[in-house]
Design a protein around this ligand. Sequence first.
Ligand code: OX2
Length: 827
Amino acid sequence: MDSTTPEALAGMRETASPATLPADTLKADILWHVLYSLGRDNERPDRQTVFRALALALRDRLVEKWIASQRAIYAKSSKRVYYLSLEFLPGPFLRQNLIALGLEKEARDALTELGFTLDDVAGEEWEPGLGNGGLGRLASCYLDSMAALRLPAYGYGIRYAFGIFHQLIRDGQQVERADNWLRGGQHWEFERTHYMHPVRFYGSVREWVDEQGRLRHTLEGGSTVMAMACDMFIPGYRNDYVLNMRLWAAKSSREFEFSFFNTGDYIGAVEKKIRDENISMVLYPNDEAPEGKELRLKQQFFLVSATMQDIVRRFRKKGVAWDQFPRKNVIHLNETHPAVAIPELMRLLVDEELLPWEEAWYICVRTFAYTNHTVLPEALEVWPEELFRKVLPRHLQIIYEINRRFLHDVRRQFPHDPGLLARVSLIHEGEQRFVRMSHLAIVGSFSVNGVSAHHSNIIKESIFNEFYKIFPERFNNKTNGITPRRWLRQCNPTLAWLITEHIGTEWLTDLEQLKKLEPYAESAGFQKAWMEVRLRNKQKLAEYIHAKNGITILPESLYDVHVKRFHEYKRQLLNILHVITLYNRIRRDPDAGIVPRTFIFGGKAAPGYYMAKHIIQLINAVGYTINTDPRVGDMLKVVFLQNYCVTLAERIMPATDLSEQISTAGMEASGTGNMKFALNGAITIGTHDGANIEMLEHVGDENLFLFGLLSHEVEDLRRQGYNPRTFYETDSELREVLDMISGGYFSPGDPHMFRDIVESLLNHGDRYMVLADFRSYAYRQQDAARAYLDQPGWARRSMLNTARMGFFSSDRSMGEYARDIWGVEGV
Ligand code: OX2
């Protein structure tokens, strides 16, 4: 057998240990599940049925290991980590689970005997899109690494019935369709129908004095919804350790239904049920722009309340005093979305456990840790006080008390800065009052971290500078990472195998081992093999594009890829301005010697984000014009791939030459797509932003194309009064491009179609400094093209990118969190 094939790769089972259920019964198990779990004829099962049965057979193996892992955590009485996130973006599970369990080869064999291929069967899986983008995907990479490191950890989130919408492109525009990911059945999870926690909203607070003369608070009235646990398993890589991602689904409370039924209001009872279960119905599709809707606040508290009940239940089993709580538990807040956990723990301790406030607070601030993921002002979460009072009246009182005591301390520490109190207050005062969730999270946590060195510095120096002065010891950095199991081993099996052939398999759990590839960077033979693998990956993507978009692209062309959420700060617009520039150069001189390029775009825009959607439309319009212009031929192609998601990312990463990471400096907290591309051997063109800066330090500046303003230059320019028009007036190529867009060149049927975009640049201040960075971007793109012409040079750069990405493993990130923040070790 050809040793470079994925099949051969699947054959390596270097550290595999026997499952309790033997591997060689996989086929029999599949057939068993076809008949007994799915109720289908197992003589000729169809592909979907086989997929589901295989998933169930794997779940059997996962659950055994999960029970064993839970017992081990319990036996060691370990401190537990609770990772709370409103979003998880796990991607398809099948291949990942097969790899972790060491069962890829067995699965291929079993499926072959049943007349299927693994590729076909894996294609049947619909990924759970329970996140918007980077934040949710990071949470999933982290769970994978927590499992790899055998950490005593749990992921907690919401099982939305509808995840992030499915994106279609119709007439060049984004159209949203509901993502009914559960319609195919729930083969990976266990629904704990017997296992529910009540969650209470609304109502009013009654104050009373008990026999001991204590002031007590009791919530009266309100409405109760049940949270049902749904467990999904996250296996560690070949280590027999399995973690649990517990997602809560809303169920109507029985008592209520019965009381309605008894009074004969049947339809009323059903309506109530539907209203209650709406809580976990849909993920809000806004990335970095909180929606501020009541239902969203209810989702947040729903997750928090149910999870806290779980945590307290487990803690109580230990039978130790409450002051031991922080020694036994750490609760990590992924962004501020679950920050109402802080007042919720206070409520439990003060109102229910009757601890004195000071003691309760002491426990609280030793339990919580908070990760900030953004500095965009519009993304910092705030809630109108009125809404908060309506939904969570007791929690608002508690937040006020936290704030009163906090401001009292600040006043003592900084007596000569009266304005400071208003700036750090948990409440924004003004015509309307708002609860500032980031302030709550900082005041209530012992650790506050950013997600790249650059971002963590910005936090300390600007947005949270005053908190940094108050609590300097709380602030720290934990640079993001990605899991090499999914983002190299799984998505790029042939490259993974080539690497393994040369340096062994240790890189899978110790990514720094990739350094051992460096000596091969000069070897002509290895370069050739490397580029062959890459070309094959590019051919596969070309086939996919042909099938999906009907566009023929040259696999030898430079694949220049920009995939991520659409947001103005991510500057897909800057990219398309450059595309048009190249187009104009070709129009002027078809023999200009332009390096053939394929521009690939993908990403979703929030349904209500007008400008982002408009930019998607512009890209598609430009693509149509260029792809159908006979003067251009194979020199330039523009492709928009619809419905960017984890599954699609897995196809794209291995086939990319140039990775676009071009946010306005200071705006992208970290980025993680940047890491996935580079790990697969793409070269980055990017700004001095987020983790790009650390990537530069690791891969070296010959191997990465940096350009554009630095963060402080962006700020200086803004302060001095940035005038985008000067760039328009002085740069004739840029002017031509903008005139074409506003003049209807790409929208002949409706010449005004894209005027707003040009307006935003020229007459509305160009907030994201697209024009200021245009020329340096265009120059750097020329460098990239020139570098691509030297294929051996490109191969060397590509390999060095992969070889030097070890630092960006999520195993490293999780190791740092475990050691520096959580104080836990592997079980
Ligand atoms: C994203 C950030 O925009 C991105 O830079 C980062 O890599 C990712 O989180 C993971 O840390 N919502 N999404 C993000 O921040 C918020 C808020």
